[in-house]
Design a protein around this ligand. Structure first.
Ligand SMILES: C[S@@+](CC[C@H](N)C(=O)[O-])C[C@H]1O[C@@H](n2cnc3c(N)ncnc32)[C@H](O)[C@@H]1O
Length: 225
């Protein structure tokens, strides 16, 4: 794992600075704000409003700080929707980093810190049922090598930016990701690059450009029809 440093973003929530890539894990305008907007509001809320699902299979590209995972666990419990969450992370964080993150301060539920650490501390490559609504499988696979026997209803594509880790955004990787989606599956990302939108169309997805979270003009959501 390369060196990372905890930083505080504009909504007061932490993120990480990856020195080697000169890149942060979240928007500097607010990590919690961005994740809630891109992945919960424009991802999960959209999915349950538009498609009739009795459970949601999520694939996250980049477990990282675990922020999206704990937000999704909270969302599942609040909405009483079953979620099976698969998260890929080839470079897990050290415990002294994730233990110092302040995400629990952004939740009403006071047990969230415990549940956040639980998501980090559970074994890799093994299903873990956190409660009636949320099950997680963390895998140390890279997206490029990931194989799955099941398809997904939504992909949280939360890779480092194309300018920093371009191989994550190559057409063959986007194609592979689209193949992992079931029919009516949704791809969401904070990125709104023209090349990404063209590639998503090339692999057969219907692409929408949406207003971005505060501080960012646009984001992308695409659906496999
Ligand atoms: C922008 S960060 C976001 C992480 C996380 N979603 C969060 O909220 O903290 C990108 C993440 O992708 C991970 N990553 C790097 N290469 C990857 C690969 N080939 N496949 C999957 N994830 C990768 C990084 O280690 C990092 O944790």
């Amino acid at each position: 794992m390369a060196e990372v440093k905890i930083i505080t973003t504009e909504d007061g929530s932490h993120s990480l600075y990856h020195a080697e890539l000169n890149e942060t894990y979240h928007s500097f305008h607010g990590a919690v704000q961005e994740s809630r907007y891109v992945f919960l509001k424009e991802g999960l809320d959209f999915l349950i409003a538009n498609f009739d699902l009795d459970k949601i299979r999520v694939l996250e590209v980049g477990f990282g700080t675990g922020l999206n995972a704990i937000l999704t666990s909270e969302w599942a419990t609040k909405n009483k929707v079953k979620i099976e969450y698969t998260s890929l992370e080839p470079y897990p964080l050290k415990s002294e980093v994730y233990e110092a993150l302040n995400y629990h301060e952004f939740f009403e539920d006071k047990t969230v810190k415990e549940r956040f650490l639980e998501l980090h501390n559970v074994a890799w490559e093994k299903n873990f049922q956190q409660n009636e609504f949320f099950t997680i499988l963390k895998t140390e696979a890279k997206l490029q090598n990931f194989e799955s026997s099941s398809l997904f209803d939504i992909v949280f594509f939360d890779a480092f930016a194309p300018s920093k880790q371009s191989e994550m955004w190559d057409l063959d990787v986007i194609e592979k990701t689209a193949e992992l989606l079931d029919v009516n599956g949704v791809f969401v990302t904070y990125c709104a690059k023209g090349q990404l939108k063209r590639d998503l169309k090339t692999v057969g997805l219907t692409v929408e450009t949406l207003p971005g979270p505060p501080g960012k003009k646009e984001m992308v959501r695409a659906v496999k029809r």
